[in-house]
Design a protein around this ligand. Structure first.
Ligand code: ATP
Ligand code: MG
Ligand code: FE
Length: 348
């Protein structure tokens, strides 16, 4: 079956076309430039941009794939989590298309789609697996027994998401929004050992005073504050901020924690496969360090190419295709949006 996937949860309008686990097209329009001067995504601006981009992006996907709209057998759409007004555009479009075509519509979880997208590159997911999901709004360790049905949360961030930390530190360093890719690039010329920034919730800090176990959880707000203080002090002393060194040292602190905890979660779960997903998994240092540590621990890592790590329509089509193949029920026609859909709910 030919599955159309629609993504509009944040600032990317994505339309993907997938047959089985074969990617036919992945068209993308981004409103990122319109948000840059605000230093973050402005929801109303994003909604309007989706409205303008959705049909041209659909047309581009169809022509890239060389198929007609009438060839589509099912429509999948991100129904949550994400920005309320942005999600509405995608879900409305998906329902109208599906209804017009007489095909089923599947509301899917954006986060599960970040995990499922790897099937387009590397085939069926090894299950059970542990997934490190790191994006602009979320950072979690998941146990995935069947991504079409069951995702269990092993741990999450207690404060900022990893991508959010990258974006905030980038801003501090005067790098453009979204900061992740810019920090990644700046860090290449820096010394990751220049400043020893804190690794939140590691070592003795992994267990709270009240005994709560935070082994699989993350915390990045202390790190962000620590970078801010350090930069402030250097500026107060009238010295120039060594941007590359700070970027590399900050990045090292984040990916050190992410990779160590991902490997530890696999070991705790007795699971051999580690999946990476979400925008931050495009980070070059994270990819390298996870690979190195996982290999040493006898684990197998799967990570999509960077272009599939950040938001896109192909990931939604990929999960939709898996739901169809698994014989899951489509959504009802009153499918709505859920801006805070929990990752445990694969279908919205
Ligand atoms: P969510 O998936 O949680 O709803 P989102 O959809 O906005 O959030 P994604 O597109 O999955 O997020 O990821 C965007 C985030 O990834 C941004 O914070 C961005 O800075 C970060 N990011 C992208 N590329 C890199 C990179 N190379 N290094 C570090 N961070 C990166
Ligand atoms: Mg984005
Ligand atoms: Fe995302």
């Amino acid at each position: 079956p030919l599955v159309l996937g629609i993504e509009t949860s944040c600032d990317e309008t994505g339309v993907g076309l997938v047959v089985g686990s074969t990617l036919l097209a992945d068209a993308l329009a981004s409103s990122v430039d319109q948000h840059a001067r605000f230093g973050g995504v402005v929801p109303e601006v994003a909604s309007r941009a989706h409205l303008e981009a959705i049909l041209p992006t659909l047309d581009r996907a169809l022509s890239d794939a060389g198929v007609a709209l009438s060839d589509v057998d099912a429509v999948a759409v991100t129904s949550g989590p994400g920005l309320a007004g942005a999600l509405v555009v995608g879900v409305s479009a998906a329902k109208a298309l599906a209804l017009g075509l007489g095909v089923p519509v599947y509301g899917v979880n954006h986060l599960a789609a970040h995990v499922a997208v790897d099937t387009l590159e590397h085939g069926p997911l090894p299950e059970p697996a542990v997934a490190l999901l790191v994006s602009g709004g979320h950072s979690s360790l998941l146990r995935v027994d069947d991504v079409t049905a069951e995702v269990e949360v092993l741990g999450s961030t207690l404060d900022d998401a990893a991508g959010e930390a990258f974006d905030k530190v980038a801003r501090l360093l005067g790098l453009p929004f979204p900061g992740g890719p810019h920090v990644d690039r700046a860090a290449r010329d820096g010394d990751p050992a220049a400043v020893r920034f804190p690794r939140g919730l590691t070592g003795a800090g992994a267990v709270a005073r009240d005994g709560t176990d935070h082994r699989h959880d993350f915390s990045f707000s202390g790190l962000k504050t620590s970078v801010a203080r350090w930069v402030e002090r250097v500026r107060d002393e009238g010295r120039e901020v060594p941007v590359a060194d700070v970027a590399a040292s900050f990045q090292e602190a984040v990916v050190d924690v992410l990779s160590a905890k991902a490997v530890a979660a696999c070991q705790a779960e007795g699971v051999e496969h580690l999946l990476l997903g979400g925008g931050v998994s495009a980070n070059s240092r994270l990819r390298a360090l996870v690979q190195e540590r996982a290999e040493r621990a006898g684990l197998v890592v799967r990570v999509p190419r960077p272009g599939l790590c950040t938001d896109n329509g192909a990931m939604v089509a990929a999960l939709g295709s898996m739901l169809v193949a698994a014989g899951r029920e489509p959504s009802a026609w009153d499918l709505g949006t859920d801006p805070s859909l929990p990752v445990t709910r694969v279908q919205g």
